[in-house]
Write a protein that binds this ligand. Structure first.
Ligand code: PRP
Ligand code: XAN
Length: 192
C-alpha cells in the first residue's frame, strides 16, 4: 500500500536490533485515517472470504483491528490478552508468545466464550517479524476449532522470515508494506 510505504519513509526510523520505529502513526500515536485506509485494503484483498470474527493480540493490534472491522461488516474484534486478570473468568484457551519488543515470554489468553468452533477468523496485527505472535493466535484458533481465513498485517519485516514461512504453509498473508531491508546507519528502507 503506497500510502503506508510513504508514511514509513517519512516518519519511520530504523533502530539497531532490527527495530523499525513507527510509533508516530502506527503503534503509539495512531493515525486513524491511515488505519481506515488499511482496513479498506484488507477488505479488498479478502473480498469473497466470509469472515465472522477478527482476532488480534494486545496491545498494538487492537486499534488497527477495530478500524478494520468496519470494513468487514462490523464483525466482533477479539484481542488475546497477555496477562491473567480477575476480569478473565470461565474457561480459556491459552498459549505463550515471545514478545519481540518486550523481549520476554507472555501468556496469551482468549476466553472460550469469544472464540468458537465454526468461527471464520481474520488475524490482524501491526507487525509481522519472526511470526511468534501469529503462531500464538493460530494455536488459539486451532484449539477452538476456528478456521484462519486470512492474515492482515500492516508492516512485515520480510527479512526476518516469519511471513514467508506462513505463506509456504498456505496461509493467505496480506502485508500492506513489506520491508525487505533497512539500515540503522543510513536510515535507508527498501520495500519488497
Ligand atoms: O512476528 P513477531 O516476531 O511475533 O513480531 C510481531 C509482534 O511483535 C509486536 O508485539 P509486541 O509484544 O512486541 O508489542 P505490543 O505489545 O506493542 O503489541 C507486534 O505488535 C506483533 O504482535
Ligand atoms: O514497533 C515495532 N517495530 C518493530 O520493528 C517490530 N517488530 C515486531 N514488533 C515490532 N514493533
Amino acid at each position: 500500500m503506497k500510502e503506508l510505504e510513504e508514511r514509513i519513509r517519512q516518519d519511520g526510523t530504523v533502530k539497531p536490533g532490527n527495530v523499525l520505529k513507527v510509533d508516530a502513526f502506527l503503534n503509539h500515536q495512531c493515525d486513524v485515517s491511515l488505519f481506515d485506509q488499511m482496513g479498506a485494503a484488507w477488505a479488498e484483498h479478502f473480498a469473497g472470504k466470509r469472515i465472522t470474527k477478527i482476532l488480534t493480540i494486545e496491545a498494538s493490534g487492537i486499534g488497527i483491528a477495530c478500524m478494520a472491522a468496519r470494513h468487514f461488516g462490523n464483525v466482533p474484534v477479539v484481542f488475546a490478552k497477555k496477562a491473567q486478570s480477575i476480569n478473565l473468568d470461565g474457561d480459556q484457551y491459552t498459549t505463550t508468545v515471545y514478545s519481540f519488543t518486550k523481549q520476554k515470554e507472555f501468556p496469551v489468553i482468549v476466553s472460550k466464550k469469544y472464540l468458537e468452533a465454526g468461527d471464520r477468523v481474520l488475524l490482524i496485527d501491526d507487525f509481522l517479524a519472526n511470526g511468534k505472535a501469529l503462531r500464538g493466535l493460530i494455536a488459539l484458533c486451532e484449539a477452538a476449532g476456528a478456521s484462519v481465513e486470512g492474515i492482515g498485517i500492516a508492516v512485515e519485516k520480510g527479512f526476518q522470515g516469519g511471513g514467508d514461512k506462513l505463506r509456504e504453509e498456505g496461509y493467505d498473508v496480506d502485508s500492506l508494506a513489506i520491508v525487505e531491508s533497512m539500515d540503522p546507519e543510513t536510515g535507508r528502507i527498501e520495500f519488497r
